[in-house]
Design a protein around this ligand. Structure first.
Ligand SMILES: Cc1cc2nc3c(=O)[nH]c(=O)nc-3n(C[C@H](O)[C@H](O)[C@H](O)COP(=O)(O)O)c2cc1C
Length: 184
C-alpha cells in the first residue's frame, strides 16, 4: 500500500497550545499510510515583494517542504473569526509567483480547536475561502473541536473523550482516502 507524506502546519506555537495537542492527536490517530512532517511557519518574514528577487532561506525552506508533501494538514486557532497572521503569511509566500503556487492541486485538510462553542468554525470558513482562490483540493466537511475541559487532549495528544477520538480518527481516514484518490 502506498505511503504518503503530509506537511503539518500548526498556526500556534504557544506553550500549552490546544491546537498543538489536537495536531498531535490527528497524527496519532491517522492511518499508518500517512507520515507527518511538522513545518515551521513562525520564522518567515512578512511577505514583501522586494524580497522576491532573492527569497530568504526560511521562505525557500518552507516552499520546498510544501512542494515535497503529498498533502497538507492545517490545524489552526481562530483569531477574531479568521486565521492567525502567521498562517496567512505562510499561505501568501506559497502562493507566489502565481505560476509556482504550491497550493495548486494540493490536498489540504483543516481542523482547529478553541474553548468556544463553535470552536474555529468561522475561521475555517475563512481559510476555505483563501484556499479556493489558490486551487487547493480541500477536504470537505467541518472538523472543529470545542476544547471542553483543560485535559480533553493531553500534551502528548491522547484524547480523553471517546466520541472526540472517533471524530478525529474519522476525519483522518477521510483525509487519507482523498489523498489516495488524488495520488494513486
Ligand atoms: C488574538 C486572539 C483572537 C481570538 N479570537 C478568537 C475567536 O475569534 N474565536 C474563538 O473561538 N477563540 C478566539 N480566541 C481564543 C483562542 O481560541 C484561544 O486563545 C486558544 O487557546 C488559541 O489556540 P492555542 O491554544 O492553540 O494557541 C482568540 C485568541 C486570541 C489570542
Amino acid at each position: 500500500m502506498s505511503q504518503f507524506t503530509v506537511a503539518m502546519l500548526v498556526a500556534s506555537t504557544r506553550t500549552g497550545s490546544i491546537n498543538v495537542r489536537l495536531a498531535k492527536a490527528i497524527e496519532a490517530l491517522a492511518p499508518e499510510t500517512l507520515s507527518f512532517n511538522w513545518v515551521q511557519m513562525d520564522d518567515l518574514p512578512f511577505y514583501h515583494g522586494d524580497l522576491e528577487g532573492d527569497r530568504p532561506a526560511a521562505v525557500r525552506r518552507f516552499v520546498s517542504e510544501i512542494e515535497a508533501a503529498d498533502a497538507v494538514c492545517i490545524v489552526t486557532p481562530e483569531y477574531n473569526r479568521s486565521i492567525p497572521a502567521v498562517l496567512k503569511n505562510a499561505i501568501d509566500w506559497g502562493s507566489k509567483p502565481g505560476d509556482r503556487n504550491v497550493w495548486r492541486d494540493k490536498v489540504v485538510a483543516m481542523s482547529g480547536t478553541s474553548p468556544g462553542g463553535i470552536g474555529t468554525a468561522v475561521g475555517q470558513q475563512h481559510l476555505r475561502q483563501i484556499l479556493s482562490i489558490l486551487n487547493a483540493v480541500v477536504v470537505p466537511g467541518e472538523v472543529y473541536v470545542t476544547f471542553k475541559t483543560p485535559d480533553m487532549i493531553d500534551a502528548a495528544g491522547n484524547v480523553a473523550d471517546d466520541s472526540v477520538r472517533d471524530f478525529i480518527a474519522a476525519f483522518a481516514k477521510r483525509f487519507e482516502a482523498l489523498i489516495r484518490r488524488m495520488r494513486d
